[in-house]
Unconditional design. Structure first.
Length: 312
């Protein structure tokens, strides 16, 4: 059963978001437990990565170049496009907060499930999360009229729990457990890990359903905004990194499109406004459709790249 779920995980991730929308009461019931699930998701993913290799990857200039692109570059592009299209100030504020947000902590597990480099995705996720508060503060300073402050204590507590904690436990496991034994354990856990990822699309769309219950057309409007943002992040990310290879382009694209909007809401609280809450829910659908989309386009992009190499 686990091997079947792992094989069809891309489709099931999309269906989990749909199911959470159809059963909002169950989605809301799961929502408070997502932080606990997130901890084990990070831990199980990190068990398959040597910590010194991850730290070495984090020291690379390219990873921090990507983090700057992810937060600052996409903030400039997205807000400029939204302003040209006539977005009002409250919506610009919400979009600027989304673009400042680091990548989902589930991104490495998603990348692994679709055959991409989990180590690269993990390093990108950590770098974008560390850069997030500075970019978010600047974006709020530009687009927020009233005085504001970020809950940095909550932010750093979450960094310790969800990044430093799993890294420390994983490092201890790599030090104490024989490599072959740890590899066998992780092989089994890797299939179970994707089950944890399903809880996020299911648990994050319940509140968004309420908007549809109040106004179908308003819900559709924000769904279109969420799809547009996700598509913009993915396309620009892929085009900017495609020259480094198809896989590198896809890792950058899916990492750019996956956004940890819940963490941003936690640290910025009510300064983001109701528009942010709407986009936070709306962006879940396109985000968790992307793994299926990447599975579909990846072999075609590789074939195209191979033909171009042969022709050259």
């Amino acid at each position: 059963m686990l091997s079947f779920i792992s094989k069809h995980s891309s489709l099931l991730l999309m269906l989990a978001a749909v199911l959470g929308f159809l059963v909002p009461e169950a989605s809301k019931a799961l929502f408070p437990y997502l932080p606990f699930i997130l901890f084990f998701l990070m831990l199980f993913t990190l068990l398959g990565i040597q910590q010194y290799v991850l730290l070495k990857k984090l020291a690379e200039r390219q990873i921090w170049g990507y983090a700057i692109f992810h937060a600052i570059g996409l903030s400039i592009i997205s807000c400029s496009v939204a302003a040209l299209l006539g977005a009002h100030s409250a919506l610009l504020l919400a979009i600027s907060a989304v673009t400042a947000t680091g990548s989902l902590f589930a991104t490495p597990a998603i990348a692994r499930s679709i055959g991409l480099d989990a180590l690269e995705a993990m390093a990108m996720t950590i770098a974008t999360t560390l850069l997030m508060p500075a970019v978010l503060y600047f974006n709020l300073m530009v687009f927020q009229d009233a005085a504001f402050s970020l809950d940095m204590k909550s932010y750093f507590i979450r960094l310790v729990i969800f990044i430093a904690g799993p890294m420390l436990i994983s490092a201890c496991c790599h030090h104490l457990v024989p490599t072959e034994t740890l590899h066998r354990i992780h092989t089994k856990l890797a299939q179970f890990t994707i089950l944890l990822v399903f809880s996020f699309p299911f648990g994050l769309v319940g509140e968004f359903r309420e908007m549809f219950d109040l106004s179908f057309w308003l819900g559709m409007q924000y769904l279109v905004i969420g799809i547009a943002l996700c598509a913009l992040f993915f396309i620009v990310g892929f085009l900017c990194y495609y020259r480094q290879g198809v896989d590198q382009g896809l890792v950058a694209a899916i990492t750019a499109a996956n956004r940890n909007v819940l963490l941003t809401f936690t640290v910025a609280s009510s300064y983001l406004g109701p528009e942010y809450l709407a986009i936070m829910g709306a962006i879940q659908f396109p985000t968790f459709c992307l793994p299926l989309f990447v599975r579909y386009i990846s072999p075609r992009l590789h074939k195209r790249a191979s033909r171009l190499e042969i022709n050259q």
